[in-house]
Ligand binder design. Structure first.
Ligand SMILES: Cc1cc2nc3c(=O)[nH]c(=O)nc-3n(C[C@H](O)[C@H](O)[C@H](O)COP(=O)(O)O)c2cc1C
Ligand code: SF4
Length: 382
């Protein structure tokens, strides 16, 4: 059997039994109810479409664990028990297609939506208009209550029957801000000159999560490098991954960069061509996989566009599973297409027009819409 065929066969990743090794990486589609953050039927419809499209696992877009951690309007909230019934409906809708789903839980920290009369929370006091940051340092008691917010969110995920959780440690959100030597200037136990010291909040959180949700799979998504001048580099990111594996994270998804700051390396890069420059964090993922052996599964994400490249990476031991985001916005049924024998790469041209829709309504692919002009049925509210 070829490596490509193996990708499309049943596998166990991060304690989950999946029908293949292709994971829908967390992708914020917006589309929640504005006031409550409950998923709407239209948003649930998008998840159903993905589940029907053949992916082995869906990771939701990031769900905020507390109102102060909300990143953008119409983001789904897991910050209240009242949302559990709607979240459970979302899980059930996906399960009907035999697809597991895990909830990505997150706090935006310094880049959270501005709330009237409140400063955003971050690791340190900071004003940096270029990065869109104006935040105050969290007190130790706020750090403890944020850990509690994540733990309660994880319990809600379990109550909603999600198959696991993924903790968002990447892309410049709160937990990533603590890892950053640029944003974390703390002099107490939650700061320091080394990434392992700055990761204290993350380690405490993982311990608490394990205590509260027992055997529920706990995945993490990391930025292996911050990708910004003065930020942490991939050697730091690899050391962090080793510690996370020791802490019994079940799977480590390897991404990189930050969404804030014009000069930063971005997690969703443009200009990707199948067969040429796919999988821009592959070297780092391979290094992590070598270091952590079988302690946790490694998922690679970022610019993957063809089954051939993923097959090559799998053969070379780069990762155990492969995350796709934009290709599944462009073609939610991409994995079924590949499984049916059409092995042409994703039609996504990596232009990021979809990302610009996050603040306006349900995210969709305008490029595929334009290509199908005249025959295309627009998704609701776009
Ligand atoms: C519209 C959009 C929303 C995203 N939302 C999230 C998110 O909620 N959480 C996350 O970890 N990454 C998010 N990402 C990043 C993707 O998961 C992924 O890491 C990145 O786009 C690279 O993968 P790709 O080349 O397959 O798109 C988002 C990306 C896009 C384009
Ligand atoms: S708009 Fe469409 S083609 Fe462009 S990156 Fe998004 S999914 Fe890909």
């Amino acid at each position: 059997m070829s490596y490509i065929d193996t990708l499309l066969r049943q596998a166990t990743l991060g304690k989950l039994n999946l029908k293949n090794r292709i994971v829908r990486s967390a992708t914020m589609l917006s589309g929640a109810e504005e006031k409550t953050g409950k998923p709407t039927d239209k948003l649930t419809g998008r998840y159903k479409e993905l589940a029907a499209g053949g992916v082995g696992l869906i990771i939701t877009g990031h769900l905020y664990v507390s109102p102060q951690g909300q990143a953008s309007p119409r983001q789904v909230s897991i910050s209240s028990d009242e949302n559990v019934p709607e979240l459970a409906k979302l899980v059930e809708a996906v399960h009907e297609f035999g697809c597991p789903i895990i909830f990505q839980i997150s706090h935006a920290g310094a880049v959270a939506m501005k709330k009237e009369g409140e400063l955003a929370l971050g690791p340190s006091d900071l004003i940096d208009p270029n990065k869109g940051i104006h935040c105050r340092a969290m007190t130790v008691s706020e750090i403890h209550s944020t850990i509690d917010d994540f733990a309660k969110a994880a319990k809600r995920a379990k109550a909603a029957n999600a198959d696991g959780i993924q903790v968002h440690l990447a892309h410049g959100f709160l937990l990533n801000q603590f890892l950053s030597p640029i944003l974390n200037k703390r002099k107490d136990a939650y700061g320091g000159d080394d990434i392992i010291k700055r990761a204290r909040i993350v380690f405490e959180l993982l311990e608490e999560l394990r205590y509260r949700v027992g055997e529920l799979p706990i995945w993490v998504k990391i930025s292996v490098t911050e990708g910004i001048e003065g930020g942490y580099d991939s050697l730091d990111g690899i050391r962090l991954a080793e510690e996370l594996a020791k802490m019994k994270a079940d799977a480590i998804e390897v991404s990189g960069g930050t969404f804030y700051g014009d000069d930063a390396l971005k997690p969703s890069r443009t200009g990707i061509t199948a067969g040429q420059n796919e999988g821009y964090f592959a070297e780092e993922a391979r290094a992590i996989k070598e270091k952590i052996k079988t302690h946790a599964n490694v998922i690679l994400v970022g610019g993957l566009r063809s089954l051939q490249t993923m097959g090559n990476f799998y053969e070379k031991g780069v990762a155990d599973g492969f995350g796709l985001s934009r290709p599944l916005i462009a073609e939610p049924d991409l994995v079924n297409r590949w499984a049916s024998g059409d092995r042409e790469p994703s039609e996504c041209i990596s232009c990021n027009a979809c990302s610009r829709l996050i603040k306006t309504g349900l995210v969709y692919c305008p490029v595929m819409r334009d290509a199908a002009e005249g025959t295309w049925a627009p998704p609701p509210e776009c």
